[in-house]
Ligand binder design. Structure first.
Ligand code: CA
Length: 241
């Protein structure tokens, strides 16, 4: 991956062993890291200078990770990866509601974290590219101007909702979409009862993509949260054309 300028990461983690290990790993990968140990220090650091990405533990002293996320989101769309405890699904959902982009469950490997950081930075970059007219992932080609979807050279016949769902998920591979967010993005309304509608659309879309939920090629279920698009090669990469 080519990085024209050094990317700056704000790392917020109160557990020293994790903080030191993650900071060392990110630095070795060429990132410029500011590491802080509590929520107030994170807000102070974020107010002093802009960062390209934030790695944010949710359970923090002084100011909670959720509050840090909310305050940063008020003024910035910097990508945010949350670090959450195992099994803390409610925490995770609240984090997404506060505007986080992705999450990792502890314990995680630093390698996985770096892969997520890179994927998020790529997304942030791709998102600002107005020339982007195609989304391509391992045999799946979505032509945005014509709304045509091809899988392994065969054109798929998708409904408008299935198309929107596929574009939403595949535009940002690796990002987890809570059901409620998909309801809003795909169906355009926000009543809790409609979460089941998203599940039905996903089911139909999977059938058309010939995608087995137990061994997904594209669409993964994130238990208790929602869905994520990810190809077998990893987090994948959307290409411009
Ligand atoms: Ca913590």
């Amino acid at each position: 991956m080519s990085i024209e300028t050094v990317q700056r990461v704000l790392l917020v983690e109160d557990e020293r062993t994790i903080r030191d290990a993650v900071a060392a790993y990110l630095e070795r990968e060429g990132f410029w890291v500011t590491a802080v140990a509590d929520g107030q220090a994170a807000l102070d650091a974020a107010a002093r200078k802009p960062f390209d990405l934030v790695v944010l533990d949710l359970n923090l002293p002084k100011v909670s990770g959720e509050e840090v996320c909310r305050v940063i989101r008020d003024t910035s769309d910097v990508p945010i990866i949350m670090l959450t405890a195992k099994g803390a699904e409610e925490e995770r959902v609240r984090g997404f509601e506060m505007g986080a982009d992705d999450y990792l469950v502890k314990p995680f490997s630093p390698r996985e974290l770096v892969a997520r950081v890179r994927a998020l930075l790529r997304r942030a970059h791709a998102d600002s590219d107005p020339q982007r007219a195609r989304i391509e992932h391992e045999g799946l080609v979505i032509d945005l101007p014509s709304h045509k979807v091809n899988l392994d050279g065969r054109e798929l016949d998708l409904t408008a909702s299935e198309y929107k769902l596929l574009v939403t998920l595949s535009r940002y591979p690796g990002r987890v979409y809570p059901r409620m967010e998909l309801v809003e993005k795909v169906l355009g309304y926000d009543f809790e009862g409609y979460e089941r509608a998203v599940d039905s659309h996903v089911k139909n879309l999977r059938a058309k993509l010939d995608d087995d939920p137990r061994e997904p090629r594209f669409i993964h279920t994130v238990t208790g949260v929602g869905y994520r698009f990810e190809t077998r090669r990893g987090t994948g990469e959307a290409t411009g054309s």
